[in-house]
Design a protein around this ligand. Structure first.
Ligand code: FAD
Ligand code: DHB
Length: 407
C-alpha cells in the first residue's frame, strides 16, 4: 500500500513526537512510524529532568499544561561529599533559571495525546522499517503493519528519530559517518519506590563506595540510582539492560543498605524507604556521530548521540535537535531555501558537544573509577570543593545543568 507525506519520521520517542508536533503547528504533514505499542512507549520509565528551555518550548507550543500542573520546579541540586551537602542555587547563578522534574513518559503521553487529538498519523507496532533513496528528491520508507501488510510512504524528507537501536543511522553507507565513543566502566542501577521524598531537591553524591543519586517523581514515588559495576556489568553492554538475571545480586535489603552507606551524612541522614517496584541497569557511554545528515535523511536525538545520564541531558538534547530541525524544515517549505537545513548538523553539533563535555565532566567528577587510585579520588573531592566553593565554578555547573541557550 502506497501513501505520501511531507516528512516521514521514524520513532515515537521525544524527538519524533515533538518534531511531528512542531511541523503540524506550521501546517506541515508528517507520519510517525513506531515499532512498539502505544502502551509500551507511554510506559517506559526513563528520564526525569527537563531543562528550562525544554519546559519553555513545551509550554509555548501547547503541550505544557500537565507539565505546569504536575511537574516540580527545582531551583537547585545538592552535591554531597565527605558526608556534607553543598547546594548549587540555579536562579541565583543563572539569572532566574531552573529545571523541572517531570517524567519522560509523561512528556510522551502529552505529545501522543496532542498528535492524536489533532488527527495526526502515528503508526504503532510497525516492523521491518527501511529507508530508501534518501539521496534523491523523493525518499521513501517501507514497513510492515501489525497484520504483516507491506507499506511504502514517499516523502520529501526522512527524520531518523529512532534512538540508539534504530535503523536510520545504520542505513547510511559505511564511510559517510564518523563515530566518537567512550564507554565508562560502570553503569547505574535505578529504582522506583513507593515512599515520600527524601529530599526537597536532587542529591548527587560521591562516596568512597561510588556515586548515588536521589531524585523524585511525585509525593509518593521516588527515583534513585547508584553506580554499579564492573562486577554487575553484562558483556553485551546495551543502554538499558534488564537486571532480572542479576536480581540475586541486588536484593531490596542490599539496595537500601548501599544507599544508606553512600548517602550517609555527618548528621545521620537516611533515605525514606518503601516498596521497590521497578529496577533497571543503565549502561554509561558517550557517543556522537557526525554528520547528522545524509542526503534527505536527518538524524535527531539518541539516533545521533548518547550521553551518560549524570548531566540529565539526553532527553533535552533530543528536544534541542528537533527544535532546530523543525525550524529548518519549516523555513525550507516556506521559502524553498536550504541553507538552514544544510547547516542543521553543524549547528546542532556545536551544542551537542558542549552537552557531551558537561555530561562527561559530571560523570568523571562523581564516580569511582575501577583501578582509580587514591590520588584520583582526592582530585575529585578537590574539584567538588572547588565547584561548590567558587561562585564562578558553581555558575558554570548551573548554567550547563539548566541548559545552554538554543542556537
Ligand atoms: P528514544 O526515546 O529512544 O525514542 C526512539 C523511538 O524509536 C523508540 O520509541 C523506539 O521504540 C523507536 N524505534 C527504534 N527503532 C525503530 C524502528 N526500526 N522502527 C520504528 N521505531 C523504532 N535524559 C535527560 O534529558 N534527563 C534525564 O534525567 C535522563 N535520565 C535518563 C535515565 C535513564 C534510566 C535512561 C535510560 C535515559 C535517561 N535520559 C535522560 C536519556 C533520555 O531518556 C534519552 O536521551 C531520550 O529518550 C532520547 O529520545 P529519542 O526520542 O531520541 O529516543
Ligand atoms: C534523573 C535522571 C538523571 O539522569 C539525572 O541526572 C537526574 C535525575 C531522574 O530520572 O530523575
Amino acid at each position: 500500500m502506497n501513501s505520501r507525506t511531507q516528512v516521514g519520521i521514524v520513532g515515537a520517542g521525544p524527538a519524533g513526537l515533538l518534531l511531528s508536533h512542531l511541523l503540524h503547528r506550521a501546517g506541515i504533514d508528517s507520519v510517525v512510524l513506531e515499532s512498539r505499542s502505544r502502551d509500551d512507549v507511554e510506559g517506559t520509565i526513563r528520564a526525569g529532568v527537563l531543562e528550562q528551555g525544554t519546559v519553555d518550548l513545551l509550554k509555548a507550543t501547547g503541550v505544557g499544561e500537565r507539565l505546569q500542573q504536575e511537574g516540580f520546579r527545582h531551583e537547585g541540586i545538592y552535591l554531597r561529599f565527605d558526608g556534607e551537602d553543598h547546594r548549587i542555587d540555579f536562579p541565583a547563578l543563572t539569572n532566574g533559571k531552573a529545571v523541572t522534574v517531570y517524567a519522560q513518559h509523561e512528556v510522551i503521553k502529552d505529545l501522543v495525546k496532542a498528535r492524536i487529538d489533532s488527527g495526526s498519523d502515528i503508526r504503532f507496532q510497525v516492523s521491518s522499517v527501511t529507508v530508501h533513496d534518501v539521496q534523491s528528491e523523493q525518499p521513501s520508507i517501507r514497513y510492515r503493519d501489525e497484520s504483516g501488510t507491506s507499506h511504502e510512504i514517499s516523502c520529501d524528507f526522512v527524520a531518523g528519530c529512532d534512538g540508539t537501536q534504530g535503523v536510520c543511522r545504520p542505513s547510511i553507507p559505511a564511510g559517510v559517518l564518523t563515530a566518537y565513543e567512550k564507554i565508562y566502566p560502570f553503569g547505574w542501577f535505578g529504582i522506583l519506590c513507593e515512599a515520600p521524598p527524601s529530599s526537597d531537591e536532587l542529591i548527587y553524591a560521591l562516596h568512597d563506595r561510588g556515586f548515588a543519586l536521589v531524585s523524585t517523581r511525585s509525593p509518593t514515588v521516588q527515583r534513585m540510582y547508584c553506580q554499579v559495576g564492573p562486577a554487575d556489568r553484562v558483556d553485551n553492554w546495551s543502554d538499558e539492560v534488564d537486571p532480572a538475571d542479576r536480581a540475586d545480586n541486588w536484593s531490596d535489603d542490599r539496595i537500601w543498605e548501599e544507599f544508606r552507606l553512600r548517602l550517609a551524612t555527618a548528621d545521620g541522614w537516611v533515605p525514606k524507604e518503601g516498596r521497590i517496584f521497578h529496577k533497571v541497569i543503565v549502561g554509561m557511554r558517550s557517543f556522537v556521530t557526525e554528520p547528522m545528515q545524509f542526503g534527505r535523511l536527518f538524524l535527531a536525538g539518541d539516533a545521533a548521540h548518547v550521553v551518560p545520564p549524570t548531566g540529565a541531558k539526553g532527553l533535552n538534547l533530543a528536544v534541542a535537535d528537533v527544535r532546530l530541525l523543525g525550524e529548518a524544515l519549516i523555513e525550507q517549505y516556506r521559502t524553498g531555501r536550504n541553507e538552514t537545513l544544510d547547516a542543521y548538523s553543524a549547528t546542532a553539533l556545536k551544542r551537542i558537544w558542549k552537552a557531551q563535555r558537561f555530561s562527561w565532566w559530571m560523570t568523571s567528577m562523581l564516580h569511582r573509577f575501577p583501578g582509580g587510585d587514591a590520588f584520583q579520588y582526592r582530585v575529585q573531592l578537590a574539584e567538588l570543593e572547588y565547584v561548590t566553593g567558587s561562585t564562578v565554578a558553581a555558575a558554570a555547573l548551573a548554567e550547563n545543568y539548566v541548559g545552554l541557550p538554543f542556537q
